[in-house]
Design a protein around this ligand. Structure first.
Ligand SMILES: Cc1ncc(COP(=O)(O)O)c(C=O)c1O
Length: 395
């Protein structure tokens, strides 16, 4: 049987990361390739109590179809929490999604046509490229300097349909954008009338100081913001959210309505059971701040272990910056080292990473000498061993 597939499927590729993850399941491989949070950080007992409570006191509602927008108290909780920064958010702006990955897909679905220019950082989150690609945009590399993406790339003369960035401890680079640059980008967003998609799953995972307010705080009418419980509680819950821009402008209301319709068509709603479990957890005296602090302390120690191991083992000429939060180091090797080519020998030696080339969009030439290393799923001593194995494959 020949199935004629839609043209858009030609733009769908299986994630290089997923393929690599399969390889790294081999016994003995110390993987720095995954983008997964540390399982030890999941609040399993508290979630179990919340789950029991939900099923015994609101079981029918939790197992019934529910509103596409999401559970009202959870939308209100999210609006309140985000409003603790310099940004004021109303619950009506919040649409609960099935992970922030669904947010990326829905925004792509309602905003992108064939040929729509989309500005993306170089490198950028691979899952965003995958989510947007089927809508057939043209990815435009967003030029940057040491401070982050350049505001001047947001141009009125050559408008982008959408500009996408990850402002905090970016996946894959680990970099964050400082407050001054955020304000400049937000200002230019307003001047050039460019919609900005701010994807922020890592903002709570800071090590030394909380990140500056989101770009949305400086351009609330222009920014679509994505958040997630994946790195705060657990990714298996699949609960994230879109915060649509503020205001009652007809364009804003149309965007909100279309996102809602797109979500309805996609999955009707995010599992009500999971939303209610999260709400129950947050309502039942769960110490969220204490929990986040435990995760930060844990990840900071792993970050420090990797920084020490990189300095101790990597050959001369390799460079990296110390991430101030999140889960990743981004390493640039000397010219002439192709990290994709070296991956099989690294896996053979028992260490895995993601070659940097996977994170560059479409026609932009990827930097073949870069790689992403996750520090959150290995213990400090495993990190030392993994980096030492890796180093032997880079000489
Ligand atoms: C930058 C970025 N955005 C979005 C996601 C998707 O997260 P989730 O769908 O679990 O909320 C990830 C996951 O790793 C990510 O790194």
């Amino acid at each position: 049987m020949i199935f004629t597939l839609a043209r858009r499927t030609q733009r769908m590729n299986s994630s290089a990361i997923r393929e690599i993850l399969k390889l790294t399941e081999r016994p003995g491989v110390l993987s720095m390739a995954g983008g997964l949070p540390a399982p030890a950080s999941f609040p399993i007992e508290a979630l179990q109590r919340a789950c029991d409570q939900v099923l015994s006191t609101q079981g029918a509602a939790a197992l019934q179809y529910a509103a596409t927008e999401g559970l009202p108290p959870l939308r209100e909780w999210i609006a309140r929490r985000l409003s603790q920064s310099a940004w004021q958010v109303e619950a009506s702006q919040v649409l609960i999604t099935t992970g922030s990955q669904q947010g990326l897909d829905l925004v792509g679905k309602v905003m992108l046509d064939e040929g729509s220019p989309v500005l993306v950082e170089q490198p950028t989150y691979l899952g965003a490229l995958q989510a947007f690609a089927p809508y057939e945009p043209v990815f435009r590399p967003w030029a940057s300097d040491a401070e982050g993406p350049l505001p001047s790339a947001l141009s009125k003369a050559e408008p982008a349909r959408l500009a996408y960035l990850v402002p905090n401890f970016q996946n894959p680079s680990g970099h964050g954008i400082a407050d001054a640059r955020r304000r400049e980008i937000a200002q230019q967003t307003r001047r050039s009338n460019t919609p900005l998609l701010e994807d922020d799953p890592y903002g709570e995972l800071w090590f030394d100081a909380p990140p500056p307010p989101p770009l949305a705080a400086h351009a609330p009418e222009q920014v679509i913001y994505l958040g997630s419980f994946s790195k705060v509680l657990a990714p298996g819950l699949r609960v994230g959210y879109i915060v649509t821009p503020r205001g009652e402008h007809p364009g804003t209301l149309a965007l909100r309505a279309k996102l809602l319709q797109a979500k309805q068509a996609s999955d009707l709603h995010t599992p009500a059971l999971n939303q209610r479990i999260i709400m129950q957890l947050l309502d039942s005296g769960f110490d969220l701040e204490g929990h986040l602090e435990t995760v930060r302390v844990r990840y900071r120690a792993q970050r420090d272990a990797m920084a020490t191991a990189l300095a101790r083992h990597l050959p001369a000429g390799c460079t990296w910056q110390l991430p101030q939060g999140g889960m990743f180091f981004w390493v640039t090797c000397p010219d002439g080292i192709d990290t994709l080519q070296r991956l099989p020998s690294a896996v053979e030696a028992g260490a895995a990473y993601v070659p940097g080339v996977s994170f560059y969009a479409g026609s932009a030439p990827g930097q073949v000498n870069t790689m992403r290393l996750s520090f959150v799923t290995l213990s400090p001593s495993e990190i030392d061993e993994a980096v030492s194995r890796l180093a032997r494959c880079l000489v």
